[in-house]
Design a protein around this ligand. Structure first.
Ligand code: PMP
Length: 395
């Protein structure tokens, strides 16, 4: 009889010539288990999604309670649905006062699409500044501001008017002139291999945007919800954008994205044209209920975010090996730089074989990603680092 693996390869759209092909049975905390009962330590968290671990009880309870009340009713923005309203209110409570109006979507790409459209509509300006090695998503607009040629070339023509500059290079900020509607930036570059801002680069970027009248858009899709040691990376660096985008960790494991701005800016979607951005499933009530439970847990449980930096440091201290050149990052958003690029593929494959899930980056060929659930315990970090070093010994 044809098995699930064959069916997966035959009938589920493929994007990689060598998928890991682990057949998942269940997941809990930092672990998941395949159908043979083999246990894996998940150091990727579904790419910075499961910040509270897999199957977090508070999130699961919120999902079940909402499913019993109602699921989809009507496209976003027509009916008053309590999970959306409460989540938008909670987001306003944890964001600076000017980021007080949330538009819910389904994913990070879509959040960035919405943010770019909003900035164009509000400023009436045609151009966008983005960064080399930036990742913002896979749809046409998000792809257009992605800073890596390899992933874009086959899909041209893309959105015109995008200028790319180097992250952390203030000498290039002159590209931000009065024709620029917005600058989109990850406050910590993720897929570039965890590049943190240096020498108040974000502050200088903020200042330049304000001078030029360009809106500053922070893509916090991967950095948001505790990953860098504060609830948001903008808090870690004390620099605030005009629009911020979220997804991944927002939903606690359910698919939801958002872009947040001021009420004044957001209201530009009401006119000229009306329905400036619309979505059928964006802000799905079950996803918003999950997101609210997740955000409340991250806010109220003092055992999580306040410990993210020390846990990140523990990884960095323990990960010493001849195959490791260095570790870097902020919070639990870590890149491990290996001695040779060829070790990356070997490490990820051997890791999976030995029960360890890590991931390469799109724009960095020598690093592997460590982004575990934020509530990983110190004992689990010991276990994970022991296994990482074991895998290193075996590649
Ligand atoms: N922005 C950033 C910074 C991301 O890391 C990602 C996903 N890796 C996205 C946007 C796109 O999110 P999604 O896959 O949900 O569309």
């Amino acid at each position: 009889m044809i098995n699930q693996r064959q069916l997966f390869l035959q009938h589920v759209g493929q994007t990689s010539p060598a998928p890991l092909l682990i057949e998942i049975e269940r997941a809990q905390g930092i672990y998941f288990y395949d159908t043979s009962g083999k246990k894996y330590i998940d150091l990727v968290s579904g790419v910075s999604v499961s910040n509270l671990g897999h199957n977090n009880p508070a999130v699961v309870a919120a999902v079940k309670a909402q499913v019993d009340k109602y699921m989809h009713l009507m496209v976003y923005g027509e009916f008053i649905q309590s999970p959306q309203v409460l989540l938008a209110k909670e987001l306003s409570a944890v964001l600076p006062p000017h980021l007080n109006c949330t538009y819910f979507v389904n994913s990070g790409s879509e959040a960035n699409e919405g943010a770019l459209k909003l900035a164009k509509r509000f400023t009436g300006r045609p151009n966008i500044v983005a960064f080399k090695n930036a990742y913002h998503g896979s749809t046409m607009g998000s792809l257009s501001v992605m800073g890596g040629e390899y992933f874009k070339q086959a899909f041209r023509p893309l959105v015109p008017g995008v200028r790319f500059i180097d992250f952390n290079d203030e000498t290039q900020l002159d590209a931000i002139d009065h024709s620029v509607g917005c600058v989109i930036v990850e406050p910590v570059q993720g897929e570039a291999g965890i590049i943190c801002p240096r020498d108040n680069f974000l502050g200088k970027l903020r200042q330049k945007c304000s001078e030029a009248g360009a809106l500053l858009v922070f893509d916090e899709v991967q950095t948001g919800f505790g990953r860098t040691g504060s609830l948001f990376a903008m808090d870690t660096f004390g620099i605030y954008p005009d629009i911020v985008t979220f997804a991944k960790g927002l939903g606690g494991g359910m698919p939801v994205g958002a872009f947040v701005s001021s009420k004044e800016i957001m209201d530009s979607f009401i006119s000229n044209p009306v329905l400036g951005h619309i979505t059928t499933f964006g802000g799905h009530p079950v996803c918003c209920a999950a997101a609210l439970a997740s955000l409340q847990e991250l806010r109220n449980n003092q055992d999580i975010i306040p410990h993210v930096n020390s846990k990140g440091d523990l990884f960095k201290t323990k990960l010493k090996h001849k195959n490791i050149r260095s570790t870097r990052g902020c919070g639990l958003f870590i890149a491990v730089d290996l001695a040779e690029p060829s070790l990356v593929v070997k490490f990820v494959a051997k890791g999976a074989e030995m029960g360890l899930i890590t991931d390469p980056f799109l724009f960095n060929e020598s690093c592997i990603r460590i982004a575990p659930p934020l509530n990983i315990t110190k004992n689990e970090i010991d276990e994970a680092c022991g296994l990482i070093l074991d895998v290193m010994d075996n590649i």
